[in-house]
Design a protein around this ligand. Structure first.
Ligand SMILES: C[S@@+](CC[C@H](N)C(=O)[O-])C[C@H]1O[C@@H](n2cnc3c(N)ncnc32)[C@H](O)[C@@H]1O
Length: 383
C-alpha cells in the first residue's frame, strides 16, 4: 500500500461539515466534502485513527478502481478485468455491498451479484478455484458505488458499520443510530460543561455518546473487529501504539450525564447496558416520567430529546408533545433543549418557538432537529 492514499468516509445527510472538522483534527489531508461523504488522504495511521476516532463516520473506504459503465455486462467486465489478486487470494472470503443511483442501475443486489461473478470468474480462470462469499465474517469487505453510470470499487476498511460501538448489549425499541446521535450532540454545540439530560432516553444512545464526547473517548476505542485487521499489511504494533496514545488523551473529567426512562422494561435493559459498559461511573439513569420531573439545579442544562414519533398524529402523541412543551417551559428554566422528530404535526404541539433548526434524516425519515431556549418568562406560542 502506498504511503499516502485516497480515502472516503461515509456519513449521514447534514453531518458533512462536522465530519470534515473531525478529519482535520486527526490530521487527514486534502479533506473535501460531497453529499453524505467526505474525501481525504492519509497514511495507514490516519486510516486506523479514522476508524477509531470519527464520531460521524459510518465507514472508511479506500477507492481502488473507477470506471464509467453503461450496463450490467460492462459492469461484469470491469470487475473481471480488475486485478483483485493484488488485494486477496483464492482462499479468502469476501462480501460485497452496493449502492446505485441513476436509471441504468436500479438493483443494488444485482450490481453486487455481477461484480461477484466478475471476481470469481477471474480467479477460476487463472487458478481453477475461487474465493467464497461470506456475509457474516468475510476476510474482505468490498463496496460498489454507482452514480449515474460512474462506478467506484472500494475496499471497506471498517467492515461492519462504525455505529456498532459495542455498548448496546441488550436491544431496546427504536434506538437512534449511534453515529446519528453523536452527530446531533455535536450539531447542538454542547459545551461539555453544562449538565446533560435525555429525559426520554430509551436505550441511552445520547447518554453514551455524550459521555464519550465529554471525556474525549474515541467512539470505537473498545471495538474489536475492523476489516483492516485481516489485510496483508495489518500493523498490530502501529495499532497498539495508536490505542495507547488515544487512551492517554482521555480526559479525567466527571461529566454529569443523566437519563430518564418511563418504561420499566426499557429502563432495565438500559441499566444493564450501562452497568456492562466502561462508562457506568459517569452516566446516571432513573425510571422516571419526564412530565413529573423538574430541573434540580439553577445551573445551565443541555437537553436532547428523541420523543416517540408515530407516523400519524394521534391523540396520545399530541398529548406527549404538548406536555414536552409545558414541562420545559414550566420546570426547566435556563435550558437549551434540542428535539429530533420526523412527526412535523406533533412538533407543532410543543408550542415553543425554535431558535435554530436543521433538516436531518433518521434512516429514511426526513426529520427536524430543533433548538428551544428556555428561560424564565419564555412564552408558549399557539399553533
Ligand atoms: C424514540 S424512544 C428513544 C430512543 C432513544 N433515543 C435511543 O436511542 O434508544 C422514546 C422513549 O421515550 C420513552 N418515554 C415516553 N414518554 C416518556 C416520559 N413521559 N418520560 C420518560 N420517558 C418517556 C419511551 O418509553 C421510549 O423509550
Amino acid at each position: 500500500m502506498k504511503e499516502i492514499f485516497q480515502m472516503s468516509a461515509k456519513t449521514f445527510y447534514g453531518f458533512e461539515d462536522i465530519l470534515c472538522e473531525e478529519l482535520k483534527k486527526i490530521e487527514a489531508i486534502d479533506v473535501f466534502k460531497s453529499n453524505r461523504i467526505v474525501h481525504f488522504k492519509g497514511n495507514k495511521e490516519i486510516m486506523y485513527k479514522a476508524n477509531l476516532c470519527l464520531r460521524t463516520a459510518l465507514k472508511i473506504l479506500l477507492p481502488i478502481a473507477k470506471k464509467k459503465v453503461s450496463n450490467y455486462e460492462s459492469l461484469y467486465k470491469f470487475s473481471f478485468d480488475f486485478e483483485w489478486e493484488k488485494y486477496f487470494d483464492k482462499d479468502s472470503s469476501f462480501y460485497i455491498n452496493s449502492v446505485c443511483f441513476g436509471k441504468d442501475f436500479t438493483h443494488s443486489l444485482y450490481v453486487s451479484q455481477r461484480v461477484k461473478d466478475g471476481i470469481v470468474d477471474r480467479f477460476r480462470k487463472s487458478n481453477g478455484s475461487r474465493p467464497t462469499v461470506d456475509k457474516l465474517n468475510p476476510d474482505v469487505y468490498i463496496d460498489v458505488h454507482i452514480d449515474n453510470n460512474f462506478c467506484t470499487l472500494s475496499l471497506n476498511s471498517s467492515g461492519r458499520n462504525l455505529n456498532q460501538r459495542g455498548y448496546r448489549k441488550k436491544s431496546t425499541e427504536a434506538p437512534l443510530n449511534e453515529v446519528l446521535a453523536s452527530g446531533l450532540i455535536l450539531l447542538s454545540n454542547w459545551n461539555k460543561k453544562d449538565d446533560f439530560l435525555d429525559p426520554m432516553c430509551g436505550g441511552g444512545t445520547f447518554l453514551f455518546e455524550a459521555c464519550m464526547i465529554a471525556k474525549n473517548i474515541p467512539p470505537n476505542l473498545y471495538r474489536k473487529r475492523f476489516a483492516f485487521k485481516k489485510w496483508n499489511d495489518w500493523d498490530q504494533d502501529l495499532f497498539i501504539n495508536i490505542l495507547k496514545s488515544l487512551t492517554k488523551k482521555i480526559k479525567d473529567t466527571n461529566p454529569s450525564i443523566l437519563g430518564f426512562e418511563k418504561s420499566k422494561n426499557t429502563f432495565n435493559k438500559l441499566n444493564y447496558n450501562i452497568k456492562n459498559s466502561n462508562l457506568s461511573d459517569f452516566i446516571s439513569v432513573s425510571n422516571t416520567d419526564f412530565f413529573n420531573s423538574k430541573k434540580e439545579s439553577k445551573e445551565n442544562l443541555h437537553i436532547l430529546i428523541n420523543p416517540p414519533y408515530g407516523v400519524r398524529i394521534g391523540h396520545e402523541l399530541e398529548k406527549i408533545y404538548g406536555l414536552i412543551g409545558d414541562t420545559l417551559k414550566q420546570k426547566y428554566h435556563n435550558t437549551n433543549a434540542w428535539i429530533i422528530s420526523s412527526n412535523f404535526e406533533a412538533i407543532k404541539r410543543i408550542g415553543l418557538k425554535p431558535s435554530n433548526k436543521f433538516k436531518i434524516y433518521n434512516g429514511k425519515l426526513e426529520s427536524k432537529f430543533l433548538k428551544y431556549e428556555i428561560y424564565e418568562g419564555s412564552k408558549k406560542i399557539k399553533n
